[in-house]
Design a protein around this ligand. Structure first.
Ligand code: HEC
Ligand code: HEC
Ligand code: HEC
Ligand code: HEC
Ligand code: HEC
Length: 454
């Protein structure tokens, strides 16, 4: 450990040789990498970031367990593939080669840190973290006329300004993953590019416009030279919490707040409709789901891990007559054998067509996700992008049908495998929430042939 720290110090020294802080600026090249150096002047961004998954990934036991298993399965061939997205600054500083020593890497280099985003100069490729990093001591952001400060230089950048379309590439090159076999295993950026949020004239929404909401406030509480918060210009400042669907299993800042933010997002993501229609010899339950607020498919990201499913229960005179997707809190949904299950996720297969649970083994993907809107033209057949499924029931006539869409970030059977094979702390499956999507909780008690909510 001592030897490691010493050699790390040397590496940093070499990497930063000749670029001590510019005259008049307090932060040298090493201090610019440390989120703690930003905290005093940017307390809001710091606090939000510190509870985000961008920070958590630096200590995430789930990431570490997957990485261990992946390196083992591929005899180390993964190399820096995973860690170059999950802790890019640690790789650049020479503190890790393949992530295997991540727990020993100094905390300030781990995770997707302030510097990992604010030193980005441009993007060279639209996948696998292909950022061109700046080598000067300016930090880039979306403020056109930044107040100069004593800590760092400030520069406006299209790559950061959420009102510029290319800011999506800045997020997207990390949020688009080709695995080592050349298979597109995470596709969020490419999904977005086909939607009205990328192509529409009046409906453009970048990643940042949806995921970093703006409020009025001060961007910094000091300039280091005597100017206080009251003397700073009021600007649009942007949320750095990035709620998605993953949560911290360990004690971590802002945990409860993240859970609240995620629930709020998920509660309004889908539009749902439930109809009960008479058919010869029985009834048909018809469920329609439409992804109305996702700027990409839903779910997205590591969709191999995601489990999004429909729970549907029909009863007559208080007796259950049909159900699908009913699972206990500690029960895996993908392995129940339920023949009626509507499960939204990606399925991955190896070269022999056998299903696999980890994306370093993937040779092909079969995707069953809810697409986002691709046109604003109601005369275009693609305008209706909802997905509908139906279940015929014969010989029964339910008087009450209930539904809800539920979601887990990672399948429990995948987490259980990691506990067994890669030493994952069992607290991770135990702490993982099962989300219920508010807007999809519907109860039908009407006339045959009617729908809820309309
Ligand atoms: C001494 C106080 C101080 C410290 C320390 C500090 N900043 Fe700043 N920073 C400022 C001020 C002042 C501004 C300009 C705010 C404005 O114009 O409203 C600023 C602006 C920025 C911008 C916006 C640049 C632009 O043009 O859009 C970013 C990004 C930024 N800082 C990141 C950081 C990061 C990351 C750190 C830690 C490595 C850090 N800052 C440390 C005071 C500081
Ligand atoms: C995942 C990328 C990412 C990370 C990590 C990140 N930021 Fe930002 N930050 C942005 C983007 C993008 C903007 C610009 C938003 C805009 O203007 O449209 C921004 C804006 C800012 C601004 C300008 C004021 C505002 O809120 O718009 C400051 C200051 C800032 N960030 C500081 C920090 C600090 C300090 C950290 C670490 C504690 C950090 N950021 C981590 C992406 C990031
Ligand atoms: C350097 C690579 C990188 C960049 C740049 C980046 N991200 Fe991320 N992002 C990640 C990683 C890695 C995670 C996963 C953390 C985890 O769950 O362990 C993540 C997680 C997220 C999540 C939470 C996902 C979940 O499942 O909970 C959201 C939302 C998100 N990022 C949005 C953005 C947005 C918006 C931007 C651009 C402003 C951005 N990211 C830029 C790497 C990046
Ligand atoms: C029109 C708004 C919108 C745009 C544009 C958008 N998103 Fe999302 N995003 C959402 C919503 C809504 C969700 C679902 C709610 C949630 O997971 O918190 C979501 C979920 C996510 C997630 C969680 C993964 C999952 O399984 O759902 C990630 C990661 C993410 N977005 C990244 C991005 C990135 C990167 C971009 C740009 C390429 C982007 N988003 C563009 C609205 C948007
Ligand atoms: C090109 C960048 C990139 C590469 C390469 C990459 N990831 Fe990720 N990873 C992400 C992003 C972005 C997310 C967040 C998206 C989400 O959670 O939906 C993520 C999420 C995760 C998560 C969170 C769990 C989940 O299902 O949300 C784990 C664990 C993970 N990655 C492990 C790995 C491992 C192991 C590798 C290497 C085999 C790897 N990643 C390679 C960008 C990357």
């Amino acid at each position: 450990m001592t030897r490691f720290t010493a050699s790390l110090g040397l590496l940093l020294l070499l990497a930063t040789a000749g670029c001590a802080a510019s005259p008049g600026l307090d932060l040298d090249a090493e201090a610019l990498l440390d989120p703690e150096s930003c905290r005093g002047c940017h307390p809001v961004q710091f606090e939000q970031w510190s509870g985000s998954m961008h920070a958590y990934t630096g200590i995430d036991p789930l990431f570490l367990a997957q990485l261990r298993l992946g390196q083992e399965d591929t005899n180390g061939e993964l190399g820096d593939h995973c860690i170059s997205c999950h802790s890019p600054v640690a790789v650049r500083a020479g503190a890790t080669v393949d992530g295997s020593n991540l727990p020993d890497v100094p905390a300030y280099l781990r995770g997707v840190t302030c510097a990992a985003c604010h030193q980005i100069d441009s993007v060279s490729r639209d996948h696998n973290a292909s950022h061109v990093m700046a080598t000067d001591d300016n930090l880039r952001g979306g403020i056109l006329d930044p107040v100069q400060n004593t800590a760092h230089g400030s520069v406006y950048s299209f790559a950061h300004d959420r009102n510029s379309r290319i800011s999506s590439d800045t997020c997207g090159t990390c949020h688009c993953v080709f695995n080592k076999n050349g298979v597109h295993v995470e596709r969020t950026l490419h999904e977005w590019r086909d939607t009205v949020f990328a192509t529409g004239d009046l409906t453009v929404q970048t990643c940042g416009q949806c995921h970093m909401r703006g409020v009025d406030g001060v961007a910094a509480v000091s300039d280091g030279a005597g100017r206080t918060a009251e003397q700073m210009p009021i600007r649009r400042i942007h949320d750095h919490s990035w709620p998605g669907v993953d949560t911290a299993a360990l004690d971590f800042p802002q945990r409860d707040r993240q859970v609240e933010l995620i629930q709020d997002e998920l509660d309004t993501t889908l539009l749902a409709r439930l109809c009960v229609t008479p058919i010869a010899g029985g009834v048909e339950l018809v469920v329609r789901l439409e992804n109305i607020r996702g700027g990409h498919s839903f779910p997205s990201g590591s969709a191999i891990d995601r489990r999004v499913w429909l729970e549907l229960i029909a009863s007559a005179d208080g007796q259950e007559v049909f159900s699908t997707g009913v699972v206990g809190d500690d029960e895996a949904v993908a392995t129940t054998g339920d023949p009626n299950l509507w499960l939204m996720r990606d399925r991955h297969f190896d070269a022999d067509g056998e299903p696999v649970d980890f994306n370093w083994l993937t040779e092909s993907v079969q995707s069953d996700l809810l697409p986002a809107a691709t046109t604003n033209d109601p005369t275009d057949p693609d305008f209706y992008h909802f997905v509908e499924r139906s279940w015929p029931l014969y010989g029964v006539s339910p008087d009450r049908v209930q539904m809800r869409v539920r979601m887990r970030a990672v399948g429990l059977e995948v987490l259980d495998q990691l506990v067994e094979r890669a030493g994952l702390d069992p607290v991770v499956p135990a702490e993982q929430p099962t989300w219920n999507l508010g807007s999809t909780q519907l109860t039908w008690e009407g006339q045959l042939g009617s729908c809820v909510p309309y």
